[in-house]
Design a protein around this ligand. Structure first.
Ligand SMILES: [Zn+2]
Length: 147
């Protein structure tokens, strides 16, 4: 069975599936919004927990704060996104009590940037934290010396 056109410019999955709730091989139709996020968990069958960061403007401080969106998304067996994958999801009809989105494309973590988030390798992150700590302690020592 050929993968159907779903109306969104994404790469159709190479695999096949018997999932009726698959937009490529089943009868599911898409409408509404699309988002890009990261798979946080795949503990439930055919379901992925997808999340991403957004910026929320706080008028009082004229600055943005970080807020997070987390959704349950249907994960068709032909796509089978795993934890850590960056996925494109599309809105659809309610599939269950908490699912109204479906994964339409997955890619390796580095190829698509999640909006507003710059991915740093784990080592560099730790380095930055360490540097911050050392500078803080230095400053404290300085202050003590002045007193
Ligand atoms: Zn499928």
């Amino acid at each position: 069975m050929e993968a159907k056109k779903i109306g969104i410019p994404v790469q159709p999955p190479s695999g096949q599936c018997q999932d009726s709730k698959c937009p490529f091989h089943g009868s599911l139709k898409l409408h509404g919004r699309t988002f890009t996020g990261m798979v946080l968990a795949t503990r439930s069958a055919k379901t992925a927990t997808v999340g991403w960061e957004r910026r929320y403007y706080v008028p009082k401080y004229e600055r943005y704060e970080r807020r997070y969106t987390k959704l349950h998304v249907h994960n068709p067996t032909c796509i089978n996104a795993q934890q850590g994958d960056v996925v494109i999801i599309a809105e659809t009809r309610p599939l269950s009590k908490t699912k109204h989105f479906v994964v339409v494309q997955k890619s390796k973590p580095t190829s698509i940037k999640v909006a507003g988030e710059e991915e740093l390798p784990e080592k560099e992150k730790q380095k930055q934290v360490k540097e911050k700590k050392t500078t803080e302690t230095k400053e404290k020592k300085k202050r003590k010396g002045e007193q």
